[in-house]
Ligand binder design. Structure first.
Ligand SMILES: Cc1cc2nc3c(=O)[nH]c(=O)nc-3n(C[C@H](O)[C@H](O)[C@H](O)COP(=O)(O)O)c2cc1C
Length: 71
């Protein structure tokens, strides 16, 4: 059986964790990447006009998610 670790990482933190997990499991690894990479300004969650804030609002609307938690 082959194991595949897939991940999405905007800032690179999750990428590092995914690589460690893939190494530990001797698994294949696949990055889910946005068509247009996120810039630092895009990831300013405090800015109500930033790309990440706008996209998150859209995702919440589509999925009817009542709250978004980040751990
Ligand atoms: C569209 C978008 C919106 C996000 N909104 C938030 C947010 O509101 N609060 C937060 O702490 N992180 C937010 N994030 C960061 C993600 O939680 C984070 O990118 C994800 O856990 C992957 O971690 P990494 O990019 O540090 O590797 C957002 C990321 C994206 C792409």
């Amino acid at each position: 059986m082959t194991t595949l670790v897939t991940y999405f990482s905007a800032s690179g933190v999750t990428k590092g964790v995914a690589e460690k997990v893939a190494n530990a499991l001797d698994a294949d690894i696949f990055e889910i990447a946005p068509e247009t990479p996120y810039t630092t300004a895009d990831l300013d969650y405090m800015d109500k006009t930033s790309r990440s804030t706008i996209e998150m609002k859209r995702i919440k609307k589509i999925n009817k998610i009542k709250a978004y938690y980040c751990f």
